[in-house]
Ligand binder design. Structure first.
Ligand SMILES: [Fe+2]
Ligand SMILES: [Fe+2]
Length: 308
């Protein structure tokens, strides 16, 4: 049985990271439809606002509650998030509620746990699960329509599949917290390493595919990261299938090295986009979004490494 402290902290930290991710997925969906699909645009906009409200409420509850690791990880916001949001607002005319980002800048770690907070978190988790059912259904429909050529969007089919998997992970984590299940951290390490190595590979390929064709050097670097993380995905799946902690230990070490590399690449890329130094069709918020996911994976890898 999960303790009250762990239940509150893990729930809020999950929302601060993945609630924002869902808000942004909704935005990426919203801006990639053709004018024909105005109902889909509206649905994506509604989801974006609803996840924004969830994130705002979680931010208000999370001050003085989150861990030092989460606060310092760069998974909640990065040094670029606010600027990336402002430039993305400028490009699209869509307001991203940067007030939330400002509030998140002030989030402090601490141990301020109360029974009232526990009840509030329980309600927030239920709200998140209902929103997640909605967004999972929505992404599934879009992906299926695109795959059978009933719909055209500017998002790659692989990106639709990718953001669907991230939503399903979020739902699985919250469902588990709601049932107060204690996490088997070793089993979790096996599963999550394979999951996030694949996510990192796909980010590299999205970046590769969204760069201007003249950005050859960046294209080649992205391509190399893609292949490196494909290899790590296979290795972490093998370690998982064989249930070999010794193999996993090596894969964790290698994944940590590779993820530091792609984190730096994404940080430079985000900065380059903000400074108008890279030619691409990457919206700045997408670059920062993938940077936060790398920061999250790094946080997990450090936890997994300390287990051994
Ligand atoms: Fe994502
Ligand atoms: Fe992602």
């Amino acid at each position: 049985m999960l303790s009250r402290v762990d239940y509150i902290r893990q729930s809020l930290e999950t929302h601060l990271f993945l609630g924002r991710i869902m808000k942004e997925h909704s935005f990426f969906l919203q801006t990639a439809f053709t004018p024909r699909d105005d109902k889909f645009i509206k649905h994506a906009d509604d989801l974006r606002l609803a996840f924004g409200e969830l994130l705002e409420d979680c931010t208000a509850l999370a001050n003085g509650v989150i861990s030092r690791e989460a606060a310092a990880s760069g998974e909640i916001i990065t040094q670029y998030t606010l600027e990336a949001e402002k430039l993305t607002e400028f490009y699209t005319g869509i307001s991203l509620n940067t007030k939330i980002t400002q509030a998140e800048k002030g989030l402090a770690p601490g141990n301020d746990f109360t029974p009232l907070l526990e009840r509030r978190v329980f309600a927030i988790n239920r709200r998140a699960l209902s929103l997640l059912d909605d967004i999972i259904q929505f992404k599934t429909t879009i992906l299926n329509d695109v795959l059978c050529c009933k719909m055209f969007t500017l998002n790659y089919p692989l990106l639709l599949d990718h953001i669907l998997r991230e939503a399903k992970l979020y739902r699985r984590l919250i469902q588990r917290l709601q049932s107060r299940e204690q996490i088997n951290i070793l089993r979790e390490a096996f599963e999550q390493e394979a999951f996030w190595n694949q996510i990192m590979a796909e980010h590299a390929y999205f970046i590769r595919g969204l760069l201007d064709p003249t950005e050859e050097e960046l294209f080649n670097t992205a391509n190399r990261f893609g292949h490196e993380f494909d290899k790590l995905t296979c290795e972490s799946k093998e370690a998982m299938d064989r249930a070999m902690p010794a193999d996993l230990s090596r894969v964790t070490r290698e994944s940590l090295q590779a993820t530091k590399g792609i984190r730096d690449f994404k940080a430079q890329g985000t900065q380059g986009l903000l400074e108008c130094k890279i030619k691409s069709i990457i919206i700045p918020l997408l670059a920062d979004h993938t940077l936060r996911e790398a920061n999250h994976f790094l946080k997990l890898l450090k936890i997994f490494q300390n287990l051994r």
